[in-house]
Design a protein around this ligand. Structure first.
Ligand code: FES
Length: 261
């Protein structure tokens, strides 16, 4: 009778690369561009949140919308409401920053991009990483990334508010360049939101029979097409929200002045 030796248990760990990289292409270019792009967004965002020129009727800067503080000018308030009392004296944008910020921070695509470009874990395929240990997203704090699906619901509301702002601008200033910039931004922000992987899962993620749920199947088909463009939509909407926000602020400061601004 032959004896078989039991197989050694498989240890799950990252590939051990002894040299710095096995690659001969310019693998560092994408992480570098990603680092610069995301850094510019962070730096701009911090400046914008503390900048006071966020409204010039009928334009409101996206980083400060919805405007919910009592310090918001009358026309800037969402439905004329100011639910936060006089006790709130910080910039209005700070009140809502966590919702779109949390949505992007926990986005599956952005996670990949900042893990690679900021944390270098690893910076690219087949490139050595500086970290000795890898625990993935199974432990605190990265396990908190699972809240993404809840940020998705908040992002839907923010997307609708930006669309509402764009419609108000269209009604009151149809020939304004700012109106069309806000419309383009609202389209890109909502397309990015709907292209979310959580959205795709919500539409039909657990269905066993598409044929029994034709409406959800159609929604899933539509979202799946957007989902295939999630990465470009993440970048396009990031630059559009920065561009639209900066444009409104420059108009509000009187730096951009022309009849159809
Ligand atoms: Fe990117 Fe949800 S996966 S926004």
């Amino acid at each position: 009778m032959t004896q078989t030796t039991p197989e050694a248990p498989v240890r799950r760990q990252r590939a051990q690369i002894k040299v710095r990289t096995l690659r001969t292409d310019r693998w560092w270019l994408v992480p570098l561009l990603t680092f610069l792009g995301l850094s510019s967004f962070l730096v701009y965002g911090v400046w914008a949140i503390f900048d006071g020129s966020y409204f010039l009727d009928p334009y409101i800067a996206p980083f400060s919308s919805p405007c919910l503080a009592t310090s918001c000018p009358e026309g800037a308030r969402l439905f004329g409401l100011a639910p936060f009392g006089d006790w709130y004296t910080l910039p209005p944008g700070l009140l809502i920053l966590g919702l779109p910020g949390g949505f992007r921070l926990t986005c599956y695509y952005y996670r990949k991009s900042y893990y690679r470009s900021f944390w270098l874990s690893p910076p690219a395929c087949a490139v050595q990483e500086p970290h000795g240990k890898y625990t993935g997203e199974r432990r605190f704090p990265l396990i908190l990334q699972n809240v993404h699906r809840y940020f998705f619901y908040a992002a839907i509301v923010i997307g609708l508010v930006l669309a509402y702002d764009a419609v108000l601008a269209l009604i009151h200033k149809p020939l304004g360049l700012g109106t069309w910039i806000l419309i383009l931004n609202a389209v890109l922000i909502n397309a990015y939101t709907l292209s979310c992987h959580s959205c795709r899962h919500i539409t039909a993620g657990r269905l066993n029979h598409f044929s029994r749920h034709p409406l959800r199947y159609r929604a899933w088909t539509f979202v799946s097409k957007l989902n295939a463009k999630h990465q470009p939509l993440a970048w396009a909407s990031m630059f559009s929200v920065m561009g639209a926000d900066l444009y409104v602020r420059l108009v509000a400061k009187g730096i951009i002045v022309f009849p159809y601004a």
